[in-house]
Design a protein around this ligand. Structure first.
Ligand SMILES: Nc1ncnc2c1ncn2[C@@H]1O[C@H](COP(=O)(O)OP(=O)(O)OP(=O)(O)O)[C@@H](O)[C@H]1O
Ligand SMILES: [Mg+2]
Length: 297
C-alpha cells in the first residue's frame, strides 16, 4: 500500500492508570472504507480524537498524509462527524454550513451540499427544530466540505432511519470514490459488512483484527454452514452426511473452509436424494464475536 492517507503507528494513550490505546497500528489508503469495531469503551472514539489531535497521545505516531494531527494542514485535510453532533440551535442549516465553509477556507456550494444530504427543504429552518437524523445529515454535509483526505465518522448511522442509512452509505461511497479514506466507528455490523473494504476490531485498547472480511474469516477458521435439503427423506440424508436435522426436510452440516469442497462432493454424490444446497460463510457477527470476545494473548 503506497498511497497512505492515514498512518497510525504503535500509538499509546493513557488515561490515569488505564492504557486506553495500547500499541495501535492501522493504515488507510486513499479511497479505502474501513470499519472500526469494538465493544463500548474499546477505544474507538479515543483513537479518532487522537487522529484529530483533540487528545494527546503518550507514544507512537499518527500522520494524515505527511501532516501531524492538529496541524493546520491536517485540520484542512481531515473531516469529522462526532458521536453526538451539536450545532448552534439558533442558526439555520444554510447559515451553519456557510460558517463552517468560511472557517475551513473551502469554497462551497452550500445549497448543493445540503441537497446532497437531503436537507433542501430544511435549508432555512433553525437547527433547533431539526430532528436527530437531520442534525446527523447536516454533520455529514460538513464532512463533504473541501474534499478531505481523511473522513472520520463516529457512529454515523446512530439515530438514522433505514433509508437515511442507505443514503449515508451512498455518500460514503462517493467520498471514497473521490479518494477520501473513510474510517467508520460503528456497532451496526450488518451495515458495515456490506459497505466497507476493511474491518478493524479493537478490544480493550488493542487492535485484535485488521483485514478484509474474507481474510479474517480464513484466519479465524470459523466453520461454513451447509444446509442440505432432501428430496424425500431427510433422515437418510442426515445418516449419510452426519449432520443434524434442522427441520422436516433439511440437514445442517458445519465444515471448515479446508473441508468445504470435500463436503460438496459428498453431497453431489448423493444425486437425486438432494433437492438443494445452501452455503453460508461466517458473517461479520460471527467474526466479531470471535475477535472481540476471545481472550487477549
Ligand atoms: N474524557 C474521558 N475521560 C476519562 N476517560 C475517558 C474519557 N473518554 C473515554 N474514556 C475512557 O477511555 C476508554 C475508551 O473509551 P472510548 O470512548 O474511546 O470507547 P469507544 O470504543 O468509543 O466506546 P463506545 O462504543 O461506547 O463509543 C474507556 O475506558 C473510557 O472510559
Ligand atoms: Mg465511542
Amino acid at each position: 500500500m503506497t498511497d497512505k492517507a492515514l498512518s497510525i503507528d504503535h500509538v499509546l494513550k493513557d488515561r490515569g492508570k488505564t492504557r486506553v490505546l495500547d500499541d495501535i497500528t492501522l493504515s488507510l489508503a486513499s479511497g479505502q472504507r474501513v470499519a472500526l469495531l469494538g465493544h463500548n469503551g474499546a477505544g474507538k472514539s479515543t483513537l479518532i480524537k487522537s487522529i484529530l489531535g483533540l487528545t494527546p497521545i503518550n507514544g507512537g505516531t499518527i500522520r494524515i498524509g505527511e501532516a501531524t494531527p492538529g496541524s493546520a494542514q491536517a485540520r484542512r485535510e481531515t473531516a469529522y462527524l462526532p458521536e453526538a453532533v451539536s450545532f448552534h440551535p439558533a442558526l439555520t442549516g444554510r447559515e451553519q454550513l456557510t460558517l463552517f465553509a468560511k472557517l475551513s477556507g473551502a469554497k462551497a456550494d452550500v445549497p448543493g451540499l445540503l441537497e446532497r444530504v437531503g436537507l433542501s427543504d430544511a435549508l432555512d429552518r433553525r437547527i433547533g427544530a431539526y430532528s436527530k437524523g437531520m442534525r446527523q445529515r447536516l454533520g455529514l454535509a460538513q464532512v463533504l466540505l473541501g474534499q478531505p483526505k481523511v473522513a472520520l465518522l463516529d457512529e454515523p448511522t446512530s439515530g438514522l432511519d433505514p433509508i437515511s442509512r442507505q443514503d449515508l452509505y451512498a455518500i460514503i461511497d462517493e467520498l471514497a470514490a473521490q479518494g477520501t479514506a473513510v474510517l467508520i466507528a460503528s456497532h451496526a455490523l450488518t451495515e458495515v459488512e456490506a459497505r466497507t473494504d476493511l474491518i478493524a476490531i479493537m478490544r480493550k485498547g488493542q487492535m485484535v483484527a485488521d483485514d478484509t472480511l474474507n481474510n479474517l474469516s480464513a484466519l479465524a477458521g470459523l466453520p461454513i454452514r451447509l444446509k442440505v435439503r432432501a428430496s424425500v427423506n431427510a433422515d437418510a440424508l442426515a445418516a449419510e452426511l452426519g449432520g443434524s436435522r434442522i427441520n422436516g426436510a433439511s440437514v445442517e452440516l458445519l465444515c471448515s473452509p479446508a473441508d468445504k469442497m470435500e463436503a460438496l462432493r459428498r453431497i453431489a454424490g448423493m444425486g437425486d436424494a438432494v433437492a438443494d444446497v445452501e452455503m453460508t460463510p461466517p458473517n461479520l457477527e460471527d467474526l466479531y464475536r470471535h475477535y472481540a470476545q476471545e481472550e487477549l494473548k
